[in-house]
Ligand binder design. Structure first.
Ligand code: ATP
Ligand code: MG
Length: 261
């Protein structure tokens, strides 16, 4: 983990150039529900941030605002110094800069694994087909499913499909990767093969925001844990500090529930 630790921001705020994702006083409502409340969150380049919290606390909504799958009511979100674009090609490019991996794999069922990983490259990045295919094969090898390239998603296990989804996001050369409970739909024996790929990505220096209940991953890969409850960030700390010595009652209560079953 030393490669990750060196990117830790020991003293004070990072220089502006190192701030990759910045949420400043973000608020969002779903009708009467104030789902995100005064969210201030900065993710530095190369940092791995794990977001945890009870069901309904707003973790998925937070992720979805960062690539503008959800709009916000007030505040601002910038990626690499630029505010999120409203629509059109700029928005498509932003979505490519922000790789997203969901609980459900969302692969195109009628396209092969290889085509799934090529598609964004040819459509959004305008990469030519041969180059896109080469890159897709290299990425599929990297996540350990190179031999599955010509199959259709339904012919793969859940763990393999999720690794294809990761390869597909990586094919766009994203600046940051968002993971929203990427292993919670998987059978237990497939969880580690996906977490291993994510660990490797973290070690390679990818900037990552990861919503997960996998506390082992949080402990070993995260630079910082963000604990949310009721639409607020209640606590932020390094994993050791957070797990061994949570400051808030809410976090202590949450940890006692998830760590004791
Ligand atoms: N599109 C929507 N319309 C209305 N309410 C929504 C919508 N999406 C989410 N919510 C509500 O917002 C709150 C936060 O939801 P969100 O999915 O962000 O929570 P979460 O922390 O990801 O929960 P979980 O751990 O169960 O995934 C919940 O009360 C949810 O019911
Ligand atoms: Mg969620």
């Amino acid at each position: 983990m030393s490669e990750v630790s060196v990117t830790k921001n020991a003293g004070g705020p990072a220089p502006a150039a190192d701030r990759l994702v910045v949420l400043d006083n973000v608020n969002k409502h779903f009708g009467a529900l104030h789902v995100l409340q005064d969210i201030d969150l900065t993710i530095n380049r190369g940092e791995v941030v794990v977001v945890i919290g009870p069901s309904g606390s707003g973790k998925s909504t937070l992720c979805r605002t960062i690539n503008r799958l959800e709009t916000i009511d007030s505040g601002s979100i910038t990626i690499d110094g630029k505010p999120l674009p409203q629509e059109g090609r700029e928005l498509a490019r932003l979505r490519a800069d922000v790789g997203m991996v969901f609980q459900s794999f969302n692969l195109f069922a009628h396209k092969t694994v290889l085509e799934n990983v090529m598609l964004g490259q040819t459509k959004v990045r305008r990469t030519d087909k041969a180059a896109a295919a080469n890159k897709a094969r290299a990425l599929l090898d990297r996540v350990g499913v190179g031999t599955q390239a010509d199959k259709y998603p339904a012919q793969l296990s859940g763990g393999q499909q999720q690794r294809v989804a990761i390869a597909r996001a990586l094919a766009m050369d994203p600046k940051v990767m968002l993971f929203d409970e990427p292993t919670s739909a998987l059978d237990p024996e497939m969880i580690n093969e996906v977490l291993d790929v994510m660990q490797q990505l973290a070690r390679d220096g990818m900037t990552m925001i990861v919503v997960t209940h996998e506390m082992g991953f949080a402990r070993s890969a995260a630079n910082r844990v963000v604990f949310m409850a009721d639409g607020r960030i209640v606590e932020e700390a390094e994993p050791n500090q957070f797990f061994n010595n949570p400051r808030s009652e809410r976090a202590r209560d949450f940890l006692s529930k998830i760590l004791h079953h």
